[in-house]
Design a protein around this ligand. Structure first.
Ligand code: KIV
Length: 271
């Protein structure tokens, strides 16, 4: 019996029940109305309006430039396309790191102006005050540990995180802190599968992996990567389900040919 199929709307409680029942959680990113509608209608459990919008929608090299206003625009578009799944929105870089009051104000703007159901933010111990403050205002928070792209200039590389013992120990401590601070789930990005397994088994809250192996309670991918819209990014952990870039290019080439040859529009395609 699938918990996902039983519920009319997926909530944070649904994800918790899925973890308890051993039912895997599916999550994808989306940034606009049309794709959110497709993904939701396909039966996804959760959509993440990721700050990866900075990369795949705006063409920036990192996630750092995207603003709160831009995230609100993307999230409110996604919400209009969704009827059933849980929608989580990233707090962008610079909108929560300075202090917990600012973090709460940013989270409130997301909830009020988009209609989304939860926010996500990156970091462990250093983010705990903000997480507590946001949770105590009634806003569900998803954590994000491991490779946290907003800290890319600190890491200096997008390589696998927590391979060394000290970083792995900190990650385990941080994961427990996130749970104790009230996070309803956490993302683990690009860490060894065995470490992700240990964290997943030690937490009561669901763990959603990306590049963190098969033992997590669920998986998230960036939609543009798994649909092959963005073809330059091919990490080992990615499974590409379509090659939209190639198919869309072929479709556009056919259209150009048809226009140039006066094949389009034909008699049936005019008034
Ligand atoms: O912004 C994003 O898409 C994310 C995922 C990679 C988890 O945070």
């Amino acid at each position: 019996m699938s918990i996902n199929k039983e519920v009319k709307r997926v909530t944070t409680n649904t994800l918790m029940m899925m973890k308890q029942a051993g039912e895997k959680i599916s999550m994808l990113t989306a940034y606009d109305y049309s794709f959110a509608k497709i993904i939701d209608a396909a039966g996804i459990d959760a959509i993440l309006v990721g700050d990866s919008a900075s990369n795949v929608m705006a063409g920036h090299e990192t996630t750092l430039p995207i603003t709160l206003d831009q995230m609100i625009y993307h999230a409110s578009s996604v919400i209009r396309g969704v009827q059933r799944c849980l929608v989580v929105v990233d707090l962008p870089f610079g909108t929560y790191q300075s202090n917990s009051e600012i973090a709460l104000a940013s989270a409130i703007r997301i909830m009020k102006e988009t209609g989304a159901h939860a926010i996500k933010l990156e970091g462990g111990e250093e983010a705990i005050d903000s997480i507590r403050k946001i949770v105590s205002a009634g806003i569900p928070v998803m954590g994000h540990l491991g490779l946290t792209p907003q800290s890319i200039y600190k890491f200096g590389t997008y390589a696998v995180r927590a391979k060394e013992e000290a970083e792995a120990e900190k990650l385990k401590t941080d994961a427990k802190l996130l749970q104790d601070a009230g996070c309803f789930a956490t993302v683990l990005e690009k860490i060894p599968a065995e470490l992700a397994k240990e964290v997943t088994e030690s937490l009561l809250i669901p763990v959603i992996g990306i590049g963190a192996g098969k033992y997590c309670d669920g998986q998230v991918l960036v939609m543009h990567d798994m649909l092959g819209i963005n073809t330059e990014f091919k990490p080992k952990f990615l499974r590409q389900y379509l090659n939209v870039f190639e198919q869309a290019t072929d479709a556009v080439k056919s259209y150009i040919t048809d226009v140039k040859s006066s094949d389009f529009p034909n008699d049936k395609e005019q008034y």
